[in-house]
Structures are given as structure tokens and as C-alpha cells.
Design a protein around this ligand. Structure first.
Ligand code: PEP
Ligand code: MN
Length: 262
């Protein structure tokens, strides 16, 4: 068997994600892809601030059917344009087995969202697309349930799995979810897989992104996923938690990840 560290390194080398290199993976970008101008501007800004991958939802899992559902395939195409402009690998969500081949044509990493962590049909098939899979923890999933979900992907013959803690449901209402760093740490030790933290969806408010990011990296997490938008207050989804470019750049400086030239 592989040692935990080896597994993390192997997972990262694949697709040039640079995990295990000693430098955290920073996946940044808007909640949703909204236009070419928006995603290309975001990609340029997060790259300049030191991000290592671009995020952006094209197929969005929205609580209400009346909320913006994402641009679909057009959003995927725009993500590919942003990648071509910046060289950043693209992470985007796949919500359904029927979308796997399409999303895999454009994405470098396939994201399985919180609401789909126990979509077993999706878990069985998503690993077969030949791309790394980023598996978010379910809204109310235990450590055991999260790791069991990851095993579905590993068992399909894909060892390129990245786990992402994004906050869980608790009684607390002052934050959108509660960041569960304890379980993220345990998930990393237990699985030997890289584990990243998403403070944006955990907190649901931008004033907590910096302290939660500092805490996650201090705890040895392998990276972060941060929502960044050119004009957060006008975002079509998750307006309250997205950082603008200047705020993201300041965050990267506080994390000591800002490139020397920026
Ligand atoms: C996302 O990252 O776009 C997202 C919808 O997050 P989650 O699945 O964690 O809610
Ligand atoms: Mn979001």
C-alpha cells in the first residue's frame, strides 16, 4: 500500500495540480460562470494573486428552481476560454451521470457537490472519466459516510480524489454552515487523500474567509477553495460570501501565498 504522503503526492501530480508540492492548492473563482468577461477577468485576477486553479459553476445545484441555474454547456465553454487565457486548470461541478462526458470534455477536475455526496450512481461513474475528482462533504455527512463516498470513486479505479470540507449543518444560524476542521483533519489522516477546505460555503459570509483560511492551512490542510467575483454584490449566486479581486489578493498576502511580483 501507498503511504499517506505518497498518495497525496500522486493525486496532485496528476493533471498538474501541484498538490503535495509543499504549497497549498488554491482553487479560486466565482460561484457561477456568468459571462465571458466575468470568468476571464476572475481567472486573470486569481492567477495574478497566486491561485493554482480556477473554479466556476456551469451546472448549479440551487435550492430554488427559480434561482439562477447556471449557463450549462456555454459556461463550460467559457471556463475553457479562461483556462486558455491563464493556463489555470479548471474545476467545475457535475450534477448528473448524464453530464459526466460533457463536463469532462472541458474540465480538468470534476467536482461532486455536497448535495450529491451520496448520489451513488454518480459516484460509481464519475471516476471513470479519467479526471481527478473533488468530492465535497455532504451537508450532514459523518466522517464515515464521507470516506465511504470517496471509496466508491477509488473502487472504480481512480485514485485521484481530493476531499473538500465545506461546512456542515448545525444549530448555529450566524453562519451559513459550520466549518468542521476537526473532521477535515481526521479525513486527511484516515484516507491519505489530499483534503482542502472551502471557507466560502462554510461561512456564507466574506468577513470569515480570512480567519478560516488561516486556520485551515495552519492545521495542515492541502489547500483552499475560495469564491471570488469581480463584483460580488451583483453575483447571480452566493453574493454574500464572494470576495472581490482586491480582497482575494489581500487574503493571499495574509496567507503568504501572493507571488513576489504581484
Ligand atoms: C460549489 O462549490 O459550487 C457548491 C455548490 O458548493 P457545495 O456543493 O459545497 O454547496
Ligand atoms: Mn457558491
Amino acid at each position: 500500500g501507498l503511504t499517506a504522503e505518497t498518495k497525496r503526492t500522486v493525486a496532485g501530480r496528476f493533471a498538474g495540480l501541484r498538490l503535495g508540492s509543499g504549497r497549498p492548492m488554491i482553487i479560486a473563482g466565482p460561484c457561477s460562470v456568468e459571462s465571458e468577461e466575468q470568468i476571464v477577468a476572475a481567472a486573470r485576477a486569481v492567477k495574478a494573486a497566486g491561485a493554482t486553479a480556477l473554479r466556476g459553476g456551469a451546472f448549479k445545484p440551487r435550492t430554488s428552481p427559480r434561482s439562477f441555474q447556471g449557463l450549462g454547456e456555454e459556461g463550460l465553454r467559457l471556463l475553457a476560454v479562461a483556462r486558455a487565457e491563464t493556463g489555470l486548470p479548471v474545476v467545475t461541478e457535475v450534477m448528473d451521470t448524464a453530464q459526466i462526458d460533457l463536463v469532462a470534455e472541458y474540465a480538468d477536475v470534476l467536482q461532486v457537490g455536497s448535495r450529491n455526496m451520496q448520489n451513488f450512481a454518480l459516484l460509481k461513474q464519475v471516476g471513470r472519466a479519467g479526471k481527478p475528482v473533488l468530492l465535497k462533504r455532504g451537508l450532514s455527512a459523518t466522517l464515515e459516510e464521507w470516506l465511504a463516498a470517496a471509496e466508491y470513486i477509488l473502487e472504480s479505479g481512480n485514485d485521484q480524489v481530493i476531499l473538500c470540507e465545506r461546512g456542515i449543518r448545525t444549530f448555529e444560524t450566524s453562519t451559513r454552515n459550520t466549518l468542521d476542521l476537526s473532521t477535515a483533519i481526521l479525513a486527511r489522516t484516515r484516507s491519505g487523500l489530499p483534503v482542502i477546505v472551502d471557507p466560502s460555503h462554510a461561512a456564507g459570509r466574506r468577513d470569515l474567509i480570512e480567519p478560516l483560511s488561516l486556520a485551515a492551512l495552519a492545521a495542515g490542510m492541502d489547500g483552499l477553495m475560495i469564491e471570488v467575483h469581480p463584483d460580488p454584490d451583483r453575483a447571480l449566486s452566493d453574493a454574500a460570501q464572494q470576495l472581490n479581486f482586491e480582497q482575494f489578493s489581500r487574503l493571499m498576502a495574509r496567507l503568504e501565498l501572493l507571488p513576489a511580483s504581484a
